[in-house]
Design a protein around this ligand. Structure first.
Ligand code: AMP
Length: 142
């Protein structure tokens, strides 16, 4: 497996070199909205420590990401009026991974509504800002 590349786009977001619609941050984890959401509220949860994917992440960083993903899933059920949550996590190109800093997708779902295809449509920044604020507020209250 190739080594971690600090020039990947999520590393730039983690360093503050690129913006994101942040929903949660602590000392180990950052979560922000996917700019091409497969459903409203589609959130990405990342460890702050460099890790390419599931194959090289430290167990403690993975555990921190999982705990935050669970909190976001619960909050998103209310904020987005979801009927369920899809969690996805891809590893290496063959596994569907496009950005090589570990991330877990938390995707709110409505019954009978299929997910949009991946990377098809950028959401409007004002829509993402509003959703991020609502989700962040629900997380703070949780
Ligand atoms: P994957 O590596 O296959 O799990 O997919 C990477 C995900 O990152 C896709 O869902 C993209 O829409 C999303 N993405 C790419 N660039 C950004 C960005 N700058 N901010 C938020 N999400 C992004």
């Amino acid at each position: 497996m190739p080594s971690y590349d600090p020039a990947n786009i999520f590393a730039k977001i983690l360093r503050g070199e690129l913006p994101c619609h942040k929903v949660y941050e602590d000392d180990k984890v950052l979560a922000f909205l996917d700019i091409m959401p497969r459903a409203p509220g589609h959130t990405l949860v990342l460890p702050k420590a460099p890790a390419r994917n599931l194959l090289d992440v430290k167990a403690e960083d993975l555990a921190a990401v999982a705990a935050v993903a669970q909190r976001i899933a619960k909050a998103a059920m209310t904020v987005f009026g979801a009927d369920g949550i899809t969690v996805q996590q891809f590893n290496e190109g063959a596994g569907g991974q496009v950005v090589f800093h570990l991330h877990v997708h938390v995707i709110p779902r409505k019954a009978g509504v299929p997910m949009k295809p991946p990377a098809i449509e950028k959401e409007k920044p004002e829509v993402l800002s509003d959703q991020a604020l609502k989700l962040a507020a629900a997380l703070k209250a949780s």
